[in-house]
Design a protein around this ligand. Structure first.
Ligand SMILES: C[S@@+](CC[C@H](N)C(=O)[O-])C[C@H]1O[C@@H](n2cnc3c(N)ncnc32)[C@H](O)[C@@H]1O
Length: 395
């Protein structure tokens, strides 16, 4: 790829880089998850490259940032991700419920539940290390209540629970730890011992109430979307049915999603090792290229003619060498029928670069956004205005 395709994200006059810290609806903050792009980036591409009523897709939706931003702007957002916790969070965002419905669920639960009857000794020691017995009994009671129900309300409460299960504040149920990813039990065991920490006694229903009041502070999107949990190489969508794709595939050699979410997966009734085997993960460049070939072929199939596809990827440093994923993916995209229109170069803040267990000299150093075209798409001429709150919500 030559330099004539390259532009810096800061050179775009109405770029997401100018949105300001914490931009976006509070619904985006239902649960944090590693590897996600910012709501402002999703907003920029949705506004610029699609119209109201269009179908907008992220086949690797993670915590559902893109589909939610689509719904908030009058598009039909579709988010697909093979990881169960990603599906739960994406679904909660595109098919949310009202504050009243959650409050009613909390009051109903309070009247009928009996957490004292749950035996915490049956729970794995790796989970117990995070919680007091008092808190864990309540978590087990809620877990059982939610398990065999697949309604939007139940799903929304699962997403809220994933959002408060572990973290550093008084709303979180665990010993103080990261809220972005589930930390290793070995580390937490040492951390608790070294600092003489007490596992907090929380009123879980009260914490849920605080969380939901924050998350739904900005109202709900008017348009509902769709969440699916399929392999991105086999999307449950018709040919030529999507007007815009914005996505970020698993980064080469950095797929730690199952481990990063092991405690949330436990809460949702999954074994993280089983999920790890399900998600794409490989150290082999060849396997990654073949995975991207299958995924891009599928994106090309579902995309309408004269439409755009934006792929956010990083420069990954591996064993001392940089792997430029954009350069790796561009010829593959061309081989399935896309043309490479542009490459947007985007620096990412140092604080977002590394998980604590990834060595300083490894990890993602830089992100690039590949603009792919199927046919000859046009962008909207109207620049993106960075109003603080989304407009299309039900108050
Ligand atoms: C870089 S993340 C996407 C993050 C997302 N853009 C966000 O803002 O949260 C890549 C995602 O690919 C998912 N994934 C891995 N293998 C997959 C597969 N075969 N099919 C669908 N999703 C997969 C992971 O669970 C992860 O959420």
């Amino acid at each position: 790829m030559t330099n004539r395709f390259t532009i810096l994200s800061t050179e775009i006059p109405d770029s997401w880089k100018y949105a300001g810290d914490g931009w976006g609806s509070n619904l985006h903050r239902i649960c944090s998850r590693t590897g996600s792009f910012p709501p402002a980036l999703a907003h920029y591409f949705v506004k610029r490259y699609s119209r109201r009523g269009d179908v907008v897709l992220d086949p690797f939706s993670g915590k559902g940032t893109l589909p939610l931003e689509a719904c908030l702007n009058g598009r039909i957002g579709i988010g697909n991700d093979l990881a169960p916790e990603a599906y739960v969070i994406t679904r909660a965002k595109v098919n949310p419920v009202t504050l009243e419905e959650v409050k009613e669920w909390i009051y109903r639960t309070k009247r009928k539940w009996n957490p004292e009857s749950y035996d915490v000794d049956e729970v794995s020691g790796d989970v117990r290390i995070f919680f007091s017995k008092y808190t864990l009994r309540q978590i087990l009671a809620i877990q059982e209540m939610l398990m065999d129900d697949d309604s939007d309300l139940t799903n929304f409460i699962k997403a809220l629970m994933c959002g408060i299960l572990h973290g550093p504040t008084k709303m979180h149920l665990s010993v103080p730890c990261s809220h972005a990813f589930s930390m290793s039990p070995k580390y937490i065991r040492r951390f608790v011992k070294r600092n003489g920490l007490r596992r907090p006694k929380r009123d879980v229903l009260k914490c849920l109430l605080i969380k939901v009041e924050r998350v739904l502070r900005d109202g709900l999107p008017r348009v509902r979307g769709i969440a699916t949990m399929e392999d991105a190489r086999k999307l449950p969508l018709e040919n030529d049915s999507v007007s815009l794709i914005v996505t970020s595939p698993p980064y080469f050699n950095m797929q730690t999603y199952a481990w990063d979410n092991w405690l949330r997966l436990w809460f949702l009734g999954y074994d993280y090792m089983e999920i790890k085997n399900r998600l794409f993960q490989s150290e082999s460049k060849q396997k990654f290229e073949s995975f991207m070939y299958e995924s891009l072929k599928e994106m090309f199939r579902v995309l309408k003619d004269d439409s755009s596809c934006f792929v956010v990827v990083g420069d990954v440093k591996l064993n001392g060498y940089y792997v430029n994923m954009a350069e790796m993916i561009a010829p593959i995209a061309e081989s399935v029928g896309f043309s490479v229109a542009r490459l947007i170069s985007d620096s990412i803040p140092k604080s977002n670069k590394h998980l604590m267990y990834i060595k300083e000299e490894e990890g993602v150093s830089h992100e690039r956004i590949l603009e792919l075209h199927k046919g000859n798409p046009m962008s909207n001429d109207e620049p993106v205005a960075w109003a603080q709150k989304p407009m299309e919500v039900i108050a």
